[in-house]
Design a protein around this ligand. Structure first.
Ligand code: SF4
Ligand code: SF4
Length: 398
C-alpha cells in the first residue's frame, strides 16, 4: 500500500509543511502508514524538546524566537515529565508476583483508588480489536509498539481546567500548556493505578495519554464514560468536551459499564455551534459513514493545518455549551439534557443569550482568528527541529 518504509531517522528535521503535505495528500480511511507518520513527526518534535532540556544546562538554553528560557522552561519541563512517565510505564513489569486475592470484579476498588490519584472519570469495557492500531515501525515512539495482551480495558479521564478552557479565553499557549500538564498528571496517575492492579495480583499494562496503541476516546464511549459530539470529542456529563483520556489493559475481573445516551446526538443537531465556529471548516453538519460506522467525523487535514498555522486552536472545545464549570446546577442541567428534547432546546436558547452572545460581542473575547502567544508554537517546533539536526538522534533516544 505504501511506497517506502520510513524510519524515525528519515524524518529528523523534516519541515512540518512538507510532512503534512505528504500525510494529507495521501490520506484515505485505511491509509494507516500515513497516520503513523503523523504521530512520528509529533513524537520527534517531542523528543527534540526533551533531548534539548536533558542535555543542556539551564543557563545555556537558547532563546527560541523571542522567547527566553525562563519563559518556555515550564512547558519544556512538563514535556520532560510526560516523556519520563511514558518511559517508566513502558519499563514496568506486566506480570504480578502476587496471587489474585479475589475473583470478583474490582470496579469499586479501582474507582476509589483512581479517585485518590486525581482521576475524574472512569469506565470499564473490553478491547475492540478494530480500534487497536496495527503494529508499525516504532510509531508510538518514545513508547515501543507491543501487542496488547489483556482484553479488559479501564478507561480513565482527567478534567482540564475550566479557568483556562472557557468561552472567554481564546486558545493560546496557556491552553496548550494546560493540555500538556493534564497529560503529565494523567500519565502519572496511570502509572500508580497500573501498579495498584498488579498489587492486587493481576496483570496490567498502563497506556499513557500522550502515547498508546489504541483509540482511547472510542473505548471511553464504549465504556459509557461519554458520547461522541459533533466536534469529534467525547462529551461527558460533568465536563462536556474538557478532558483527556488514557487507559489500562488488564486481566483483572471487571464488570463492564455500558454505553450511555446522554442526549448528545440530539443536542449537537440542535446546536451546531462548534461546526459554525470552526475557522477551518473541519467539522460537518451531520454524521458520515466512516469505516463502516455512522459517526461525527472531523476533517483532520483542515483542522491540523489551521492549528499549526495559528499556534493553537480548540475553539470547538471552548465554545461548546456543555463546557461549563462542574457545579450542582450544571449537573442538574446535564441530567435534564439526557432526558428531554424540549429541555435541550430550552437550555440551548438560554445558553445562547447568557454565554454565547455575551462572549461573541465582547471585543476582548473570541475574535475567531489567531493570536500570537508569548511563545509561538510553530516557532518552537521549528527551532526544536533545527536543534535536532545538530545532534545524533539515535544516540539520544535513550
Ligand atoms: S481545533 Fe479548531 S480547527 Fe480543529 S476542528 Fe476544532 S475549531 Fe476546527
Ligand atoms: S458545540 Fe454544540 S454541536 Fe458542537 S459538540 Fe458541543 S453541543 Fe455538540
Amino acid at each position: 500500500m505504501h511506497q517506502k518504509k520510513m524510519s524515525i531517522r528519515d524524518l529528523a528535521g523534516c519541515k512540518i509543511n512538507e510532512f503534512e503535505q505528504k500525510m494529507y495528500d495521501n490520506l484515505s480511511p485505511y491509509d494507516w502508514d500515513d497516520i503513523y507518520l503523523s504521530f512520528k513527526e509529533e513524537m520527534i518534535m517531542f523528543h527534540n524538546a526533551v533531548h534539548l532540556l536533558k542535555n543542556t544546562p539551564e543557563d545555556k538554553l537558547p532563546t527560541i524566537g523571542d522567547c527566553e528560557p525562563r519563559q518556555y522552561l515550564p512547558v519544556m519541563k512538563t514535556l520532560e515529565r510526560v516523556y519520563d512517565s511514558i518511559k517508566r510505564l513502558e519499563a514496568l513489569p506486566k506480570n504480578s508476583t502476587q496471587t489474585p486475592r479475589e475473583k470478583v470484579p474490582i470496579n469499586l476498588k479501582l474507582k476509589e483508588f483512581a479517585k485518590r490519584q486525581g482521576i475524574h472519570l472512569i469506565g470499564f469495557t473490553t478491547l475492540e480489536p478494530a480500534w487497536v492500531f496495527p503494529s508499525s515501525d516504532n510509531w508510538t515512539y518514545p513508547q515501543t509498539h507491543q501487542p496488547i495482551r489483556y482484553n479488559n480495558v479501564v478507561s480513565l479521564g482527567m478534567e482540564m481546567s475550566h479557568e483556562i478552557f472557557n468561552i472567554n479565553h481564546f486558545p493560546d499557549v496557556e491552553t496548550l500548556f494546560e493540555a500538556l500538564h493534564t497529560y503529565a498528571k494523567l500519565g502519572e496517575a496511570v502509572e500508580k493505578i497500573t501498579e495498584f492492579i498488579r498489587e492486587l495480583g493481576y496483570r496490567a499494562r498502563g497506556h499513557h495519554p500522550y502515547a498508546g496503541d489504541f483509540l482511547y476516546s472510542a473505548h471511553a464511549v464504549k465504556a459509557g464514560v461519554g458520547q461522541l459530539g459533533a466536534n469529534g470529542m467525547v462529551l461527558t456529563q460533568k465536563y462536556g468536551p474538557r478532558q483527556r483520556f488514557a487507559a489500562i489493559t488488564t486481566d483483572a475481573p471487571i464488570k463492564v459499564t455500558e454505553p450511555r445516551n446522554l442526549g448528545v446526538d440530539d443536542l449537537c443537531y440542535k446546536c451546531m455551534r462548534c461546526v459554525t465556529t470552526c475557522p477551518a471548516g473541519a467539522l460537518a453538519t451531520g454524521k458520515i459513514n466512516w469505516r463502516g460506522t455512522l459517526k461525527w467525523k472531523l476533517n483532520h487535514k483542515r483542522c491540523w493545518n489551521y492549528f499549526i498555522a495559528n499556534n493553537a486552536c480548540g475553539l470547538c472545545l471552548i465554545v461548546c455549551p456543555w463546557n461549563k464549570e462542574d457545579s450542582w446546577y450544571h449537573r442538574l442541567v446535564a441530567t435534564g439534557v439526557s432526558w428531554s428534547g424540549l429541555f435541550r432546546r430550552m437550555v440551548l436558547a438560554i445558553d445562547n443569550i447568557f454565554y454565547w452572545r455575551s462572549a461573541t460581542t465582547n471585543p476582548r473575547n473570541i475574535k475567531m482568528k489567531s493570536k500570537e502567544g508569548p511563545l509561538s508554537f510553530a516557532a518552537m517546533l521549528k527551532i526544536m527541529g533545527k536543534e535536532n539536526q545538530k545532534g545524533d538522534l539515535n544516540k539520544s533516544l535513550t
